[in-house]
Design a protein around this ligand. Structure first.
Ligand code: TNX
Length: 492
């Protein structure tokens, strides 16, 4: 057995002649890969599952069109003693074994196995004549527990099927948090039964004046369940007290001024909620009681960004109160990094998008950080200087900028971080094709930042693997930006 290049200290300087060992091109790179010789052919194999391993085994069998049964050459089993999301994958010429302490670990092992197959088989393997998996041993577990993707469905609305397609792609990259930015000035996208005009008025348009849209609670619950079946947690964001235009256009009693028309421009405006309105406490508590009931996970996002028209003490008091509201619903609050201006009670998290000062302050107050610095993680930024499409204020964010950075700020500790999240704001992103093009391949780069141990990462090798990975994105039917600085493999 050959010990792979990943064993050496500098991931960009593998043993001589080892370049070809990167052929599997796994993204994100597992913590440990030991390469072998030969392969196992999955065609005709039976997938069996030990106790409590049925769901990931079904997922594997369904995706590849394999049989389920006992005593199969492919076996998934739960084994005590590993970290929550960790797994091992052993491929010999006779068998494939995945072991983990949890179904989640097994599910990530299944994703690695899928990536070891020829890219074309990712989506439909039923007619494949051969499905070779290279002999290999992998021991893997994530660096960060939070590996997120934020989709802004407020500026432009995206249908449940469009969201599910990205969920499928996230799963292949072992991303486990889908943060839905559900409200903003241009739209309110989640049904609130006690305040129906939030959607019937606030959700009826979007940037550019199109018809917008919203998720009924049943549709939203279906997205949450679809994600959960892929070990992805949906984190809802209700962005207050700024960015509230759609809400106050629906209910003018929430606005300190004459009733505004809906806003359909692309520019950021951040209309403030009227904090002293007699209706505001009921509005916020009703919204969170309904949204929390749709949220199986611990975390919810209370927004808190760019409340530029609200005095700081009032802002701080309101954000503190919102934290108490969600806590009363059994949830833990996340806010954009400006919430460090408020005195929040631990536990809470600040999403660092703009201010390192705020991120550090949040930690000093007992909070944790989600790393989303715009210059590395904002997927609405242009890819390149000459790109025709995208925002520029924190860009360009090329694929190297998305990959080649360390999320933990100097002086902070890895344990101060929940993890890493890429964010797609959609003021200028209105179609599924544009979502694809802005998200991929940069989100694949961020997935590796979030998953792979820092000392195993290296841009040059990653760029080779990512070039190979292009064929997988293509097989999934995901349009991606084929950055000119890389060489891309395609399906033949
Ligand atoms: C800043 S990031 C915003 C968003 C915009 C984005 C555009 C953040 C918390 N606020 O409202 O969509 O920039 O890049």
């Amino acid at each position: 057995m050959l010990l792979l290049l990943f064993a050496c200290n500098d991931p960009d300087r593998g043993p001589k002649g080892s370049e070809d060992l990167d052929v599997t091109g796994l993204v994100p790179l597992p913590a440990l890969v030991e390469d072998g010789e030969g392969s196992f052919d999955l065609v005709g194999a039976t997938v069996s599952a030990g106790d409590a391993a049925d769901a990931p085994a079904d997922f594997l069998a369904d995706t590849l069109g394999l049989r389920r049964g006992s005593g199969g050459a492919v076996e998934l089993r739960i084994e005590a003693g590993m970290a929550d999301e960790a797994y091992t994958l052993d491929v010999t010429e006779d068998s494939v074994r995945i072991a983990a302490s949890t179904q989640t670990g097994l599910f990530w092992g299944v994703q690695t196995l899928r990536q070891l197959l020829p890219p074309a088989s990712l989506v439909d393997a039923t007619d494949a004549k051969t499905l070779p998996v290279p002999v290999v041993r992998i021991e893997d577990s994530p660096r960060f527990a939070w590996r997120g993707y934020m989709l802004d469905v407020a500026r432009h609305f995206f249908e449940p099927d469009e969201v599910k397609r990205q969920i499928d792609a996230m799963a292949l990259h072992k991303l486990n948090v889908l943060h839905l930015h559900l409200t903003d000035d241009q739209g309110w996208r989640i049904e609130i039964r006690s305040w129906p005009k939030l959607t019937s008025v606030g959700g009826a348009t979007e940037v550019g004046g199109g018809p917008g849209g919203w998720y009924t609670q049943a549709e939203y619950a279906d997205i949450v369940a679809y994600a959960a079946a892929r070990h992805i947690t949906v984190v809802p964001e209700i962005d207050l007290p700024g960015h509230a235009h759609a809400a106050v256009a629906a209910y003018p009693e929430l606005y300190d001024g004459p009733a505004p028309d809906p806003y359909t421009g692309a520019g950021v405006i951040s209309t403030p909620l009227w904090l002293d309105s007699p209706s505001t406490p009921e509005f916020v508590t009703d919204v969170w009681s309904e949204v929390a009931a749709l949220t199986p996970g611990e975390w919810v996002h209370i927004g808190g960004d760019e409340a530029v028209d609200i005095d700081l003490p009032e802002y701080a008091a309101f954000v503190q109160w919102m934290q108490a509201v969600v806590r009363n619903e059994g949830k833990t609050a996340i806010g954009w990094d400006e919430v460090a201006d408020a005195t929040l009670d631990a536990p809470y998290a600040a999403q660092h998008w703009f201010s390192e000062y705020n991120a550090r302050k949040a930690v000093s107050l007992g909070g944790r950080v989600i790393a989303s610095p715009a210059e590395h993680t904002y997927l609405d930024m242009v890819h390149d200087t000459d790109a025709e499409f995208g925002q520029t204020w924190a860009g360009p964010v090329n694929v190297q900028a998305a990959y080649d950075w360390e999320p933990v700020l100097d002086g902070l500790d890895e344990s101060d971080y929940l993890g890493v999240e890429g964010a797609l704001w959609t003021e200028y992103v209105g179609t599924e094709a544009q979502v694809d093009l802005m998200t991929w391949p940069r989100l694949a780069a961020l997935a590796e930042v979030a998953w792979t141990p820092a000392e195993k990462r290296g841009w040059r090798r990653f760029s080779n693997r990512l070039g190979f990975h292009g064929a997988r994105l293509e097989a999934l039917g995901l349009g991606y930006y084929a950055s000119p600085e890389l060489e891309w493999d395609t399906l033949e």
